[in-house]
Design a binder for this molecule. Structure first.
Ligand SMILES: [Zn+2]
Length: 447
């Protein structure tokens, strides 16, 4: 840098209780890595220092914020959503609560098929508007990265359309050349997105008598076009980062999933799957064999499946609102941890089984229903959730993106304790204010 260049924008948050979620060691406490009287320095959107207040580098800061011993965590990651959809299924929910069987609901035109029809009929503009509205809610919860699946198009063109809308949603966030924190931008930024092709969500009506043909279509043309580089706005990108399959009884089989996910892997996409929501058909073993990022749901999974996942580093993504909606028995988080499987938690935001846009409410249910330990809770929506989508975030470490939240609390047990309505006072995405600000500290609702 020459002498006439302005110094880079530097901000320091000090007097914080920082849960870096970047610790080493085998216990959840060690991985949470809680630091007292600590500072974090942000420079050009990345973390330049995390450590004791007393050792923080001196020098010029454009902004220094004393957070009075409050908790600072990584920005939250929602690792599993179906955010691009049209239409409500509230009527169907009412039927479910009144005890009507899901097969009866499907025969009456409900289920995924209802959302596919409504989504195909919706315009790009209306889908985009609803995705952005949903992302704003997630941002208010402190989410800095959200995974979004397709899966309500179920033709090549419709699936690609949903992926494009999800991809472009993150481009709508305000970008500035210099990553400097500017309070005026608060409320205009959105979480970043990572996208997943879920063409194998269901067999569409056009292929009702040609399942094999549909699996072939997903494994060839859909995967190829979702994984090819294309120009989108100012950058070259693929439409999808990963590929997912709904692998279960009454969904896609292990062999069908193998065909699709092997093709996706060969095309450079990461792979993951909905596994064991209703039955254990061997999905966990398949995903472990393929080096999958995650198995999501896992209400039903064998010890062999968990062992295979642990050995492969495949994460479990728990989706509590879905098991609640379906009145299922929750999975056993302690059993998963005993096998060495790392656990993430997501909203599973979708109109059928999880009408939820609050990852911390989902987390509260995971702690209460599935026995996820309070020490593992924060990790499940930061570090492990990031790993479940293959992202290099969710940890407060030097040189990582400065994605973080400042909470009006000092005890990490608050994650799991408050079920709904827990919001960061200030969330920062790559060094820029996503929501709130330090002026909002001091108004906690459960402190
Ligand atoms: Zn899902």
């Amino acid at each position: 840098m020459d002498s006439t260049s302005p110094s880079p924008y530097r901000m320091r948050i000090k007097n914080a209780r920082i849960a870096t979620c970047a610790g080493h060691g085998s216990t959840d406490e060690a991985r949470l890595d809680l630091r007292e009287h600590a500072s974090i320095v942000i420079e050009r959107g990345t973390i330049a220092y995390v450590g004791p207040d007393d050792d923080c580098p001196a020098g010029m800061y454009h902004r220094v914020v004393d957070v009075g011993g409050r908790l600072v965590t990584p920005g939250l990651v929602d690792p599993h959503t179906h955010l691009v959809f049209a239409g409500t299924r509230a009527g169907e929910f009412r039927q479910k609560m009144e005890g009507v069987d899901y097969r009866t609901i499907a025969k009456g035109g409900g289920g995924i098929g209802a959302t596919v029809r409504a989504t195909r009929e919706a315009t790009d503009d209306s889908l985009t508007a609803s995705v952005l509205a949903r992302m704003r809610v997630l941002a208010s919860c402190g989410v800095t990265l959200v995974e979004i699946k397709s899966g309500y198009g179920l033709t090549v063109e419709h699936e690609l359309r949903l992926l494009r809308i999800a991809r472009e949603a993150s481009h709508r966030r305000m970008e500035t050349a210099a990553s400097r924190d500017n309070p005026k931008l608060a409320g205009q930024l959105l979480p970043r997105t990572t996208t997943t092709l879920l063409g194998a969500h269901a067999v569409p009506p056009e292929h009702a008598h040609d399942r094999a043909g549909y699996v072939e279509l997903v494994a060839t043309e859909m995967v190829r076009r979702a994984s090819e580089l294309r120009r989108l706005g100012l950058r070259e990108t693929t439409l999808a980062d990963a590929c997912d399959v709904y692998l279960d009884e009454n969904a896609f089989t292990v062999e069908e999933a193998r065909t699709i996910l092997t093709a996706a892997k060969a095309a450079g996409l990461r792979v993951r799957a909905h596994v064991g929501q209703f039955a254990d058909v061997g999905g966990a073993e398949l995903l472990a064999e393929l080096g999958g990022l995650s198995c999501d749901h896992l209400e039903v999974v064998s010890d062999e499946g968990l062992r295979a996942m642990a050995a492969a580093g495949t994460r479990a993504v728990l989706l509590p609102v879905a098991w609640r909606t379906l009145k299922q028995r929750p999975p056993d988080a302690a059993r998963m941890r005993a096998h060495g499987v790392a656990i993430a938690v997501g909203t599973d935001a979708n109109p059928g089984t999880s009408a939820c846009l609050d990852p911390l409410a989902a987390l509260g249910l995971a702690v209460r229903d599935a026995g996820l330990s309070p020490s593992a809770a924060l990790l499940a929506v930061t570090r492990e959730a990031a790993a479940a989508v293959g992202a290099e975030t969710g940890r407060l470490e030097v040189e990582r993106d400065a994605d973080l939240c400042v909470w009006d609390h000092d005890d990490p047990s608050v994650f799991g304790y408050v079920v709904g309505g827990l919001r960061p006072a200030w969330a920062i995405s790559r060094g820029m204010t996503l929501v709130g600000g330090p002026e909002e500290l001091g108004a906690a609702v459960f402190r």
